[in-house]
Write a protein of this length. Structure first.
Length: 222
């Protein structure tokens, strides 16, 4: 029986993957490279350091990873302060259904706490809802809360712990293969909800793959 739903954030609740791509592209432009959008499928779901190491190797860049991560972070924070942040169709309706059923719900994001807080604040303000993210979610877990990020299981184990529900009774919704691997390794019921960047990828460990969050309510009886 499902007693809690753990949501990934980027690419699942909010359509921020295009903004992530803009930040990666801005960084690579500093080195004279025009990053093709097709590269994003290789980057989604992984932590920033891994993505930067991969880009360094692909383009033969010698600058330190830490410096590149910091500059890419600056680009992303600038963009999420100004760019529209769309919410994926079906999220609010599904979240409201969880409330009606008195099920726990949490955000479990590999992003840093500053990114998560700013994105969620802007999304809730734009929605016109009179509540804060902290009032809507029973827990908000970020990459700052764990030692090993996705695809390791740590962040989903922490999410289940924070909502007080054993992992096998938690439905985890993810848009990326590393996220699905993380949730499945933690023992959660992992379900993939691909977006435009991850559609067509394989999702090992997923119990199901659905087309959108409009289909998520049907999963609650798994």
């Amino acid at each position: 029986m499902i007693r809690a739903v753990l949501f990934d954030m980027d690419g699942l609740i909010v359509d921020t993957e295009p903004i992530h791509f803009q930040a990666f592209r801005a960084l690579m432009c500093e080195y004279g490279h025009d990053l093709p959008e097709s590269v994003m499928a290789q980057l989604i779901g992984f932590v920033e350091e891994k993505n930067i190491r991969d880009l360094k190797r692909m383009y033969g860049i010698e600058d330190p990873v830490e410096e590149m991560v910091a500059r890419r972070h600056e680009h992303f924070m600038r963009l999420i302060r100004t760019e529209p942040i769309p919410v994926f169709p079906g999220f609010w309706e599904f979240s409201d259904e969880l409330r009606r059923r008195a099920l726990k719900q949490a955000v479990v994001s590999s992003s840093g706490s500053d990114q998560v807080a700013l994105i969620l604040r802007r999304v809730f303000e734009a929605s016109g809802r009179p509540e804060s993210p902290e009032e809507r979610f029973d827990a908000i877990v970020t990459g700052n809360d764990i030692a090993r990020n996705k695809p390791a299981p740590d962040i989903y184990l922490r999410g289940a712990e924070r909502v007080g529900v054993p992992p096998p009774e938690c439905l985890a919704l993810e848009d990326s293969p590393p996220g699905v691997r993380s949730a499945a390794a933690a023992g959660c019921i992992a379900v993939a909800v691909p977006n435009d960047y991850s559609r067509g990828l394989e999702f090992p460990g997923a119990r199901a793959v659905i087309g959108s969050l409009h289909e998520a309510a049907a999963l609650l009886d798994m």
